[in-house]
Design a binder for this molecule. Structure first.
Ligand code: GAR
Length: 213
């Protein structure tokens, strides 16, 4: 372990796309976020986030799901790749795959995801357009521990933004993404500092409910 890594939480980040959340983690880690990104893994070869990682000197791995016969085989290969890096935390940063129960169970309590909605509202895809179509006045993003339920699991932190009458999905997504880039490093910081625990399906921060709802 290099001096640069000492005392920092090793993490592995999984992506499928542009990687702006990955970038926010990279940027925070170059400042004072106490994590060391051991590897970035993508299921999509062209994911721009891979270039972001490479530019930051982080190892990148492409594991294309097409190359595997089924979801179980893919997730097993993914586990093997992740475990090689011995992360203390697995970070899903726009990793657009449904995960098998075995995969979720393996990283229970040490895998987090970011999702662009105020969960439990709007799990799944196209959340920005759906928020507009539903006439919601408020939208946002959530960081949560991963459970078997898609975009489910105990919530660590949420951010809210207004939905404006002039919004389209892109303008709303941009407003939400800005918030994602704040709350994801924050959640990772709390985890790295050992300040989070899950109790009765609820996340506690320093022993108190993390969400002030
Ligand atoms: C983010 O908006 C993230 O919340 C979303 O994918 C985008 C990835 O953007 N994740 C999900 O929808 C998970 N269900 P990025 O590649 O620029 O970080």
């Amino acid at each position: 372990m290099s001096a640069k890594q000492r005392g920092k939480l090793p993490i592995v980040v999984l992506i499928s796309g542009g990687g702006t959340n990955l970038q926010s983690i990279i940027n925070s880690a170059t400042q004072d976020l106490p994590v060391f990104i051991r590897a970035v893994i993508s299921n999509v070869e062209e994911a721009f986030g891979l270039q972001r990682a490479a530019k930051a000197g982080i190892s990148t791995i492409v594991l294309q799901h097409h190359a595997y016969p089924d979801r179980n085989a893919y997730d097993e290969a993914l586990c093997q790749e992740i475990d090689r890096h011995e992360p203390g935390l697995v970070v899903l940063a726009g990793f657009m795959r449904i995960l098998t129960p075995a995969f979720v169970a393996r990283y229970a309590g040490r895998m987090i995801n970011i999702h662009p909605s105020i969960l439990p509202a709007l799990p799944g895809l196209h959340t920005h357009q759906r928020a507009i179509d539903a006439g919601l006045h408020e939208h946002g993003a959530s960081v949560h521990f991963v459970s078997e339920e898609v975009d489910g699991g105990p919530i660590i932190i949420q951010a809210r933004v207004p939905v404006l009458a002039t919004d389209n999905a892109d303008s709303l997504a941009a407003r939400v993404l800005k918030q994602e880039h704040q709350i994801f490093p924050q959640a990772i910081r709390w985890f790295a500092e050992g300040r989070l625990e899950i109790s009765n399906g609820q996340v506690l921060l320093d022993g108190q409910p993390a969400l002030n709802t």
